[in-house]
Design a protein around this ligand. Structure first.
Ligand code: PMP
Length: 403
């Protein structure tokens, strides 16, 4: 694999900021987009732009065919059983909301919802709203001393027969990896409905939803080299089909009269209105981009870079790493002594280095670590060893400035 050729696919990376070449270490927030994705979206608007599913004309059938082909691509990419199990949404947040709202009629007062303490707010707040509507109860699954999900505590909580178990595949704040196959299998033994948030896993790991065994798996296009504004809800057919639609309107119906409306079959039933057509096509191009890469080689390189990053940060001194395990995926969380994470981020930015600072939409996790926030450096397929070296050099100068 020619790394320089790969990196050259990303036009945004070829710029300077304040006289420094951009060093983008914020891929966990959103990845940069390869030309392949940008071109596919431009091609759609330039040649094929029409609404899908509706008209008899050729342009619309071309747009529909391009759009529906991506459903097959996603199905194949995550190894789902059938294309009707793939719902296009606007992102992970919407996907989880669709499930949490859709289960409203199925969960009762007093039923238990277990949520990973490291969960992103998108995998917490929709469940809280479900609990408010229904009287269900939420309990967090604690973390162990290494910031991994505490499996002993989890097994105890499972004895309470939860109705829903909501897990992260990879934590966006820390990069810690959950052994989701095992965790889901345990949840299934007690009959729980399982949702895995794959927003941070999908670009890095080979995801097989049937092997994981979860009922729902969700992710966003923009974290896997695709555009913003598109995401995926995978659901096992029967349970997906049982969800009450969050949004209703055109496209999701079979017949409408003023007396009654009959909803359409999956997948249309959960895709009301005009979908994000260009974005779905961009997502298809992102899947093509990822699928053409030697993913095992890339994963090995990313793991080596992450380990190098963790070691270099430790060697710098006065750095606290959070949940830095060897199995982590794509991100490292840290603070410099008692310095405010935002100050560190701003000083890094002045040297062209983009990292994320804050609570990372994971306030309960930050509380469990006794933190208001931290900095996070995250990696993508285009991250080089030179990026890490520049970041460490910049951190050394930030340390000199602040300490
Ligand atoms: N879950 C995780 C683990 C995430 O990292 C993110 C994005 N930061 C989300 C959910 C929400 O994704 P989106 O904003 O694309 O809906």
């Amino acid at each position: 694999m020619d790394f320089h050729h790969l990196r050259a696919q990303f036009p945004t990376l070829e710029q300077t900021l304040a006289g420094y070449p951009l060093c983008y270490l914020d891929t966990a927030a959103t990845s940069q987009k390869p030309k392949q994705v940008l071109n596919a979206m431009a091609r759609y608007y330039e040649n094929d732009n029409a609404n899908v599913h509706r008209a008899a004309h050729q342009l619309s059938s071309r747009a529909t065919s391009n759009y529906e082909t991506v459903r097959d691509k996603v199905c194949h990419f995550i190894k789902a059983k059938q294309r009707e199990e793939i719902i296009f949404t606007h992102g992970t947040t919407e996907s989880i909301n669709l499930v949490a709202y859709g289960l409203t009629g199925q969960i009762k007062s007093g039923d238990l919802i277990l949520i990973d303490t490291a969960a992103h707010h998108a995998n917490i707040v929709p469940w809280q709203e479900l609990a408010k509507r229904t009287g269900a109860i939420i309990k967090p699954i604690p973390l162990d001393s290494e910031c991994r999900l505490d499996e002993t505590a989890y097994e105890h909580l499972l004895q309470e027969n939860p109705f829903i178990v909501a897990l992260s595949h990879v934590s966006n704040a820390l990069g810690t990896l959950n052994p989701v196959n095992r965790l889901v299998a345990l949840a299934k033994q007690v009959g729980a409905i399982t949702l895995v948030d794959g927003a941070q896993a999908i670009a890095h790991l080979d995801v097989d939803v049937q092997a994981i065994g979860c009922d729902f798996y969700v992710f966003s296009g923009h974290k896997m080299y695709g555009p913003t504004g598109v995401g995926v809800l995978y659901g096992r057919f029967d349970i997906l089909d049982s969800l009450m639609p969050l949004m209703t309107g055109g496209e999701m119906i079979k017949t409408v009269s003023f007396e009654a409306t009959e909803f359409n079959q999956l997948p249309n039933r959960l895709e009301p209105g005009t979908p994000p057509i260009a974005e779905v096509i961009g997502l298809g191009a992102a899947i093509d981009f990822l699928s053409a890469l030697p993913r095992e080689v890339i994963a090995k390189q990313e793991a080596e870079l992450l380990s190098y990053l963790q070691t270099q940060l430790k060697q710098l001194g006065d750095i606290t790493l959070y949940g830095a395990n060897t199995s982590n995926i794509g991100a490292v969380a840290f603070n410099l002594a008692d310095e405010h994470h935002q100050d560190v981020g701003i000083l890094l930015d002045q040297q062209g280095i983009a990292v994320r600072c804050g609570h990372h939409c994971a306030m309960p996790l930050m509380q469990s670590l006794g933190l208001k926030g931290c900095c996070r450096a995250s990696l993508g397929v285009y991250t080089s060893k030179e990026d890490i070296d520049r970041f460490i050099e910049a951190m050394a100068s930030v340390k000199e400035m602040l300490l």
